[in-house]
Design a binder for this molecule. Sequence first.
Ligand code: GLV
Ligand code: MN
Ligand code: MN
Length: 415
Amino acid sequence: MSTINGGHYPALSHRGRAVRPDGYAFGGTPDGGIARLTLSDDDRRVRDWLTAQCLDLGMTMTVDEVGNMFALRPGRRSDVLPLAMGSHLDTQPTGGRFDGVLGVLAGLEVLRTLDAAGVVTEAPLMLVNWTNEEGARFAPVMLGSGVHAGLFSRDYANSRTDAAGESFGDALHRIGYQGPVPSGHTRFGAMFELHIEQGPILEAEGFRIGVVTGVQGLRWFEFELTGVAAHSGSTPMNLRHDALRGAAQVIEGVHRIACENVGAVGTVGSLDVRPNSRNVIPGQVRASIDLRHPEDRVLDEMEREIESLVAEVAASHALGHKLERISRTSPVTFDPGCISAISAGAAAAGFATRDIVSGAVHDAVHAAAVAPTGMIFVPSQGGLSHNPAEATLPEDCAAGAQVLLDALLAYDLQC
Ligand code: GLV
Ligand code: MN
Ligand code: MN
């Protein structure tokens, strides 16, 4: 039992195995990671599994029109909105076992623990699995929670296409998770997301729990450079319009711009070279740019620098160019009431905490637009994430789940 605000609450019933191995079975890869792109068959299988687990606990499951899943456990009161917890079950193409998965499975563990201890909260509790947090198959990132928060329309989400040309709407329909409930209709009174840090700070400083105070801003762009695909043997060096050479200069420029703006990060993570043949000068390149910084003002400035960079590189090689911003999220500060419930939860469970700003984005960013929201971080070994070697110690996962439980109960006291 842990104690908080004078009340006695249950400790996790399965200490050390808050993350069930069954959750790893869908899209698991031989290197220990998970490849479970959103709306794939493995995504359908893990959604079916989650539904079965929630129904087993006597919960109801609601699916909205972009596939967001909301499981509900009644509370003593029906006149207050549910307290939500959760994260996402989709992964990067070479993802790890913890990014997103931990927040959903820990939520399930909290619900099982409360059931086992016979605890009924004042507010109903809700477990959420958001659709397409990663944005790896369908850009932008955090699409399902963005539709829920009214930042994107359902039709915009349905129209997004993957690299093979399949639309989000068709893929959602194919796996049978285009639900009947209009997006945004499933409301909650607060949201708590447990997540791995995905960076090195908690491990380096020896903290098991991070209290996330906010999330830095993000901008995603796609750029295209168009030159002339020509013979690599017969075209003299001074008569080429090589799109990949231009892209190389843009990549280097993105790195320089990020280094020149203190606290910024910038990444070109995806490159599509056409025709991608050894003896053809590249005629066209499409690529992504990911910029992040804790201040919108700096991101505005970096965006202007990126626009000039792409235009100047294109002019210097006589290339055609396009630059499109496909995503923008402003920095977010989390709700003081949720932050203090998390701090109180960590204190009750006996963990020292460190305040931390998230470098990665999360569905909690969009949830914060519609309800008080907070996040808990646990350490990532070696700071590694978006990598099959991503790892968090079982006892750290259990600590995070315990704090999630205690934070929810602390918040529930205010209902
Ligand atoms: C989420 O995966 C992010 O890109 O921060
Ligand atoms: Mn995540
Ligand atoms: Mn991720």
